[in-house]
Write a protein that binds this ligand. Sequence first.
Ligand code: PLP
Length: 395
Amino acid sequence: MNKEMLGLGSNRSIIRELFEFSKQRKLEIGADNVYDFSLGNPSVKPNPKLNEALIKIIEAGDDTYSHGYTSAPGDNNTRENIAKDLNNRFKTNYSLNNIYMTCGAAASLCITLRAITESINDEILALAPYFTEYKVFVEGAGATFKVVKPNMETFGINFDDLKNVINKNTKAIIVNSPNNPSGVVYTEADLNKLADFLRQKEKEYNHAIYIICDEPYREIVYGNAKVAHIPNLYDNTVVCYSYSKSLSLPGERIGYILVPDKAYDSKNLYLACLGAGRAYGYVCAPSLMQHAIELCADLTSDMNEYQKNRDLIYNGLTKIGYECVKPEGAFYLFMKALESDAYKFMEKAKEFNIIIVPSDNFGVTGYVRLAYCVSTKTIENSLPAFQKLFDSYKK
Ligand code: PLP
């Protein structure tokens, strides 16, 4: 038995554990009385055109087309339409040959990491706070996971610590903006600063350092915040994208890897992604979903609902007196715990039937994450419980 895998399989993630707790609690006291902010499952319905596309594909009656294997990198028309959509939005010049269809962002990341690393000596950096599974993905690829400490003032990039952590073994840095768990969107100025810094380090170490841009929340953004297209700022970028959140279909497992021509050794990098896809047994992303994306490449779900939830929860909690990072994107809110141990705070919140995730899992101490991709009613009903939780710390 592989002990590492046994360990991963046996220890459920805290998020899954909280989700199970919440399910049980809902059975005991009724679903309306539990305020579950644990899981990033989109609450907004998929775009109706997506369901129409699926029905149209199935009703056309060509089962080999709808349910059969596509070519390994994905259906040509799907990849072409994705490339066209990206070109329209970001003034780029991509073609189908830059796109590799995958089973969502998790698969995109695992494949990319496997493609660019060779041994435990290769290091991949993540910027805290970071999506918990990065560590699993990097170590699963056989490489070493390194964390850049958080910038506790802005939750943007901590350049001072990045300078400490980066070294000649650094192969790539994962950038996730809009960010899970903080909701922060990295500014273009910060990303340009990162690009300049990495170019300087590439020269110093005499090898490429890739940015792996993990952006399943690219379209969920509020107010004046802008999500930069990182390949336009830094050549050696690979984009790992997923439709899980933008089209509200996380269970359907569909996304892609974008390897721009400008990226160092791009042809071989693309081939290495194909190879990693084979090695992991990920060849051929779900074909029905690929064809639906072919018809819906430029669509999203209705993101206004998240904006409404964001305003409601941020205003409600700060009014009570909680210290929160104002989310500019994604559907997560990062809130300061009312005691230094976020686990204890999580346990206390459970007494008020509030389910929140301690930040230690994301590489930060003293905070909790709230996934506000829930019904607006849940947020409204939860605020008196948050008030009681707050008051309990005054006693
Ligand atoms: N990256 C981030 C930052 C995420 O939040 C998630 C899922 O929540 C993923 C990757 C995985 O996405 P997918 O469901 O498309 O595999």
